[in-house]
Design a protein around this ligand. Sequence first.
Ligand SMILES: [Zn+2]
Ligand SMILES: [Zn+2]
Length: 340
Amino acid sequence: MDDLKYGTRDKRGNWAPSMPLKIAPFWTGKFGQLGKWLIAYLWPHNTIFMAVTMAYWYLVLPDWAVMKSFAWGWALRLYAVNAAGIFVMYGSIEFFYYVRRIQGTRFKYNHKFPSENPSDVFWFKSQNIDNFLRSFFVSIPIWTMIEVVTLWCFANGFSNRIDPAAHPVWIAILILLVPAIHEVHFFCGHWLIHQGPLYRWIHSVHHNSINPSPWSSMSMHPVESTFFFSEMMWHLLLPSTPFVALFQLTSTAYGAIVGHIGFDKLELTDERAMDSHAYTHYLHHKYFEVNYGGDGLVPLDKWFGTWHDGTKEADERMKERFRRKKERMGRKKAPVTPAA
Ligand SMILES: [Zn+2]
Ligand SMILES: [Zn+2]
């Protein structure tokens, strides 16, 4: 496909989409765009996460009687399935688009591939090895642990579990709200770990990958992983069900890749491509202090002035914000002149 029909490429070879990012149309009164937005909301990402949730529900979870007590057997089985699922899903995108490079750099935001940039900030100087090890030996075990604890709570009645047959409308609404819960939870915690020492101690691990690839998605400090996956536990407090809780977790875990694909579109045929929805979070990795949330379903970035839609105007606004912040910091650090 000709990616220059959809965007521009700078002198270095970095590609950017020509269409600005848009928040959900019901916030801007553009109700005519609602149908198109709704289709993109459901297909393909959330449909895939729902299919994965159903596979876990029907094929992977043990009986509720088993989940009443902690045991290594079912916990390790869940870890094995989680690790295998991520290996297959993230691994295939990594293999085809980053190792085999079937699409070259078409629709690729950063013209370089992480393997071309060895750096001391990574274990073994390799972003790929570092990100892979952190995913499988830090984040996926923490994901599994939170999953086990939440299921154990449901099994033992430590929840506000409701009967879906008695509340079908609420459950349908809750399922549709899962991505919104994710966006709010992620924005709040993510913004917090961008502040001062918390950034240096925790979140800098994830941001070492300035040019993210699929394995970067779960490359996190253990504290960040714990916050990230704990989103599922809101369903212990809300009137909810274990199935919806599992959908929340699946969307978080299998959805972490979305912002880290590095390509704007994944070509399927010579004429057809799938939108990745990666640009919002790519800009976050590029500029750090913009787009703390997601695609603008709940546009907290817009409301708090940190939204970057990829345009020159947004760039100017961001630079002005950074300049004002620098000024404030400078004032704080300036020596106090003694009173006359
Ligand atoms: Zn990221
Ligand atoms: Zn961040």
